[in-house]
Design a protein around this ligand. Structure first.
Ligand SMILES: [Ca+2]
Length: 603
């Protein structure tokens, strides 16, 4: 159905033929829209270039089953032009839209506009799935039940070295802008205007980071002014649908409303990064815990008071928005950004009992049930797309926004929930930043394939725009830090990517203590990863292939690698004028890591 919109839009843009009124009227009147392929000019007689039989065939392929493309050869049916331009009739009085050869060829050369589903889960750890992202199946893979993720991995490509930032807002702003957190300066999570969520620190003062998040408008204090991903996609003709958690900008700023950053539809998104409740019986409100009403999930009133989990309600509403986009013949970008599996955990009674019966404590059983509910949502979203017979023209990207929560609020031993990775959400260690990622691009990604090349969250911005055929993706300021991974999806080598370092920057204080948690900057190049801790100015150096669990700090054994990476990290931070904490005792900013090496201060 939506190809009709494509031909109309393309013709309109081409300025050669405007078929829009005809396409609409014919589509309403008949099951098939008939398209007549004519010669080089519609002002000439209805004559077709018989030497070029291929373009009508290509056009038929492009337009699909909703159209009937018919080629009129010389001496064949004589088309009679009606009194409405571009509408033609054959002697049997059947109507056709007229498409001349140049137009048809132009259409055939147009990049397809696939539907795109970006399924982003909140706080989902690398091991919170039955899909093994480690080289072997783990106990966690056996614990969690995510059959639809398994199916997605079976038809698509699994990324085993995919990274986000260690907390929510930096990841989401990088995703939306293509900028690294060191550059966009939304380095910690956001909520209230002009208020930092940094926990107090005895020895460090934190910089004036962009506590108000991302802004589509210039001149809003303490924001990064940027054009967000959906704004580009909307311009390219997409219906842009936001469902779930937004968390792009602080309350009262333009970036807090997804409709202001380029989404046509907003289902339940606002400034807050967590739901008041996951339960419809609690109206998704924080009232039950006497919490601040800023956490109340907006919208979804039709589900209030009902026995429905938030994940399910969002899925139902997202599917309705997709149905509408299909009915409107628009390609769609669905940003399905679940509030799950973030706190506050709640009992999803559809899945909870079996995990409790399997011996998990209440918290872990709630968590596992929420993971399975998220997976059911993935199945329901993809099932709906299949029902529309659009699976073959829909690209699906599955991602999490940071590592799994492990420092507090979980059952069992802290910092253990992402093993074999160390630590969890809020940490510079792998457990905080390495996340599950799967991409399915029908006809392109090799089924059941695995990609071990590192990708990072800001790479999604140029990738998705490339997939959508958007060529002008210039960000405000002219810089995009992300690098498209389309080549990887196509199964090609990307040598330049191998040379590109990944950088994390967190000059902030999240709160809990634990391995890798605290103000820090980090860099990964190849198999090496260096972390620079702002308070101690000490380093951790890990060889991730030999020591995935980051247990052996090699900073002393390999000073050459340490110094090389520290200098590279420092240079990058300096180049984007990254903010650093200051030392309370002196008022001086913590130096960039390269400077520390040069000063000989490194441990
Ligand atoms: Ca998160």
């Amino acid at each position: 159905m939506r190809t009709r919109g494509r031909i109309v839009n393309s013709c309109f843009m081409l300025g050669v033929l405007c078929l829009f009124p005809m396409a609409s009227s014919l589509a309403d009147d008949t099951a098939l829209t008939r398209v007549a392929c004519l010669g080089d000019s519609i002002t000439a007689a209805a004559r077709v270039d018989t030497k070029s039989e291929s373009y009508p065939a290509r056009l038929q392929q492009l337009l699909g089953d909703d159209f009937e493309v018919r080629n009129f050869g010389i001496g064949g049916a004589t088309l009679l032009k009606s009194d409405r331009s571009n509408l033609w009739r054959d002697p049997n009085a059947e109507c056709y839209l007229a498409v001349t050869k140049p137009v048809a060829e132009h259409l055939c050369s147009q990049p397809k506009r696939p539907n795109i589903v970006l399924f982003l889960v909140d706080d989902m750890g690398w091991q919170d799935t039955s899909v093994p992202f480690h080289s072997q199946t783990t106990e966690f893979n056996r614990r969690y039940r995510t059959p639809h993720m398994k199916q997605l991995a079976k038809v698509g490509m699994k990324f085993t070295n995919a990274y986000a930032c260690s907390v929510c807002s930096p990841t989401r702003v990088s995703l939306m802008t293509g900028l690294n957190a060191a550059r966009h300066r939304v380095t910690n999570w956001t909520l209230r205007k002009n208020a930092s969520n940094d926990r107090g620190h005895p020895r460090l003062t934190f910089p004036s980071w962009n506590v108000n998040g991302m802004s589509p408008e210039p001149g809003i204090e303490r924001t990064v002014h940027a054009k967000a991903l959906p704004a580009f996609l909307r311009e390219a003709g997409y219906r842009t649908i936001h469902a779930g958690k937004a968390h792009f900008g602080a309350i009262g700023t333009p970036g807090s409303d997804p409709l202001n950053v380029g989404f046509d539809v907003n289902i339940a998104g606002h400034a807050a990064g967590g739901p008041g409740s996951f339960l419809g019986t609690q109206d998704f409100s924080a009232v039950w815990r006497k919490g601040d009403r800023v956490w109340d999930v907006p919208g979804l009133e039709s589900h209030h008071g009902k026995d429905i989990f938030l994940t399910e309600a969002l899925t139902i509403e997202a599917n309705k928005a997709v149905d509408q986009a299909v009915a409107d013949e628009k390609p769609f970008f669905l940003y399905m950004a679940h509030y799950a599996v973030h706190v506050p955990f709640a009992i999803d009674s559809r899945f909870y009992p079996k995990y409790r019966d399997a011996g998990l404590d209440q918290t872990e059983a709630m968590y596992a049930a929420m993971v399975e509910g998220m997976d059911k949502s993935l199945g329901d979203i993809l099932g709906n797309i299949e029902r529309h017979r659009l699976s073959n023209e829909t690209i699906v990207l599955f991602m999490s926004d940071n590592g799994g929560l492990s420092a507090h609020g979980r059952g069992g031993k802290p910092h253990s929930h992402n093993q074999p990775l160390s630590s969890g959400k809020g940490s510079a260690h792998e457990g905080g930043v390495r996340v599950p990622m799967i991409v399915s691009w029908p006809g392109v990604t090799e089924a059941n394939s695995v990609c071990g090349q590192p990708v990072i969250i800001e790479d999604f911005f140029p990738t998705i725009l490339e997939l959508a055929g958007v060529s002008h993706l210039e960000q405000i300021g002219g810089v995009v830090d992300g690098r498209s991974f389309v080549k990887l999806l196509q199964g090609e080598q990307d040598q330049a990517r191998k040379e590109r370092p990944l950088v994390w920057h967190f000059p902030n204080h999240w709160g809990p203590n634990g391995p890798g948690i605290g103000p820090s900057s980090a860099i990964r190049r190849g198999d090496w990863k260096l972390i620079y801790y702002h308070e101690s100015r000490q380093y951790e150096l890990f060889h991730l292939v030999e020591d995935l669990g980051e247990q052996n700090n090699l900073a002393e054994q390999h000073p050459d690698v340490r110094d090389r990476l520290a200098t590279e990290l420092g240079k990058y931070l300096a180049s984007v004028e990254a903010q650093m904490p200051s030392v309370k005792a002196t008022g001086q900013p913590v130096p960039y890591p390269g400077a520390v090496v040069r000063a000989g201060n490194a441990r």
